[in-house]
Design a protein around this ligand. Sequence first.
Ligand SMILES: [Zn+2]
Length: 72
Amino acid sequence: MGLPRGYCGLCVVCGEPGHIRHHPGAGRFTGTWCDFHYRVLAFTHPLAPLGTFLWLTVVASAIFAARHFVHY
Ligand SMILES: [Zn+2]
């Protein structure tokens, strides 16, 4: 398939050579990502452990900000 040695597929996001691996969040979904996009996915996807933490932080600060700005 013309892939460089050591790579098993092309990244589904950018088409760069990458590795087939499980989605960081949804266990049953397997795809191919380059190292960069796998990391991006792990940080941004709500189902990934790090993504969950990130989104909880965002939601928590949104609630905190709302309580701070709304005086009742
Ligand atoms: Zn990529």
